[in-house]
Design a protein around this ligand. Sequence first.
Ligand SMILES: Cc1cc2nc3c(=O)[nH]c(=O)nc-3n(C[C@H](O)[C@H](O)[C@H](O)COP(=O)(O)OP(=O)(O)OC[C@H]3O[C@@H](n4cnc5c(N)ncnc54)[C@H](O)[C@@H]3O)c2cc1C
Length: 449
Amino acid sequence: MTRLYHDAMYDPARPLDSYWEASAGEPVADCDPVEGDIDCDVAVVGGGFTGLSAALHLARDEQIGVRVIEAVAPGWGASGRNGGHCCFGGAGLDPTEIEDRFGEETARWNIAVQREAIDLVHDLATANELDIDMQGRGELCVAHNAKALAELREETAMWKRLGGFDCEMLSEGAMRERMFDAPNISGGMLFPFGFGLHPLKYARGLARIAQRQGVRIHGNSPVLGWRRENGLHRLETLRGSVVARKVLIATNGFTRDGLHRAVDGCLLPAISEIVATRPLTDAELARHRFQASVPLYDKRPLFAYFRVLPDRRIHMGGAGGTTGSPASKKRWRSFLTRRIAEVWPEWRDVEVECCWRGFVCLSRDRLTHVGAVPDDPGVFYSLAYHGNGVAMATWSGRAVAGLISGRPNRALPATMTQPLKPFPFPAFRKLALYRRYGGGMLRSMLARG
Ligand SMILES: Cc1cc2nc3c(=O)[nH]c(=O)nc-3n(C[C@H](O)[C@H](O)[C@H](O)COP(=O)(O)OP(=O)(O)OC[C@H]3O[C@@H](n4cnc5c(N)ncnc54)[C@H](O)[C@@H]3O)c2cc1C
């Protein structure tokens, strides 16, 4: 199978150095690898939010026999490594671009889906008493200059028009008073939906609820071959095969070309990097008057998101390298460490303890894709959340479970049902990232100046 990045990105033996791993507690029990020949109604390839949510909803709501076939362990992919911002997002287009392309009704629908997705995560966690360190209510976008603040005002009007809700605009003074005090803040926009969570605890929690509903999860079982046999699907793993009536592809950014022709060349994984520092003391927090409990993001290009975690570590992440080599990881660790010092000069000496990375997943048309493969009956997919899949992958997993069972529980907006198309020159699709990051770096330097 083709790999777009350095082998280190796919190597389960390589330590992730993730703060979530260090703090998530016990891995999920009873995840034995596939051994010998086994069968099931539905095989879900990939044990992240998409696959686990789909499996849970198939088993719980439809009493369908499901096996999750995961290359490493539940939550090993992006689901256990992300920033934990359970917030809006999914498509790589903003609502006005969606409106231009699909019309106002679809743009409104798409927003409604994003609200529902956040509620779904919240409801799953509370109904099942998952201990996932939920934090804050809302999401704060920080403007670093007057232009960014003016853009946020326009955005607020757009959310009112298309979403029907109010975002609170915060002046520079209100930001310093209520959120945090740092150089280069011009104001902010407090978005009313979203919260922070511990992503690996959430992924493992989903896995455990699914198991309680009868889902079998197989870890250390990468699907290496796939063929049709007597109208069924045979998935070959290291030490055995799974024969299934239906298969869901839920491998997102970790999908490798060669898994199934329906997704070959259609996905562009992009690296996102994160750091977490040691816990801050009261005195250190006070130096920037830090009080924000909500997840934050910043209008500066390539400087995506941050928060102070419940145990007071600074957690910051953004776009990442384009090779995935271990050497590039060191460079990104230094880059993000410098970024912390730039944004919060009083915290410049706070040591970074963990730095990790993973794949977000982009599609050619910058939309999330949920559907059935037209010319291979029984094969489904749910993919491409453009770096915002905590809520949306959970929602899409439930939606695709409806398609698989033949009893759709939710109608899908047109943004999600477009045909999945390959990139024009799949072998060169990473060029799109170089362009994007090159421009982002330049804009970021200008924005700092
Ligand atoms: C660093 C980082 C930060 C992010 N921050 C945020 C955030 O703050 N908020 C947000 O909403 N989103 C965020 N995201 C995006 C979010 O994590 C993803 O959109 C989401 O986790 C996707 O879930 P998934 O289940 O579709 O894919 P994944 O969680 O990536 O799961 C795919 C799984 O498939 C498995 N797999 C792959 N190939 C095979 C195979 N052949 N056989 C068997 N198994 C296979 C992999 O091992 C993996 O476990 C971030 C992502 C990254 C990487």
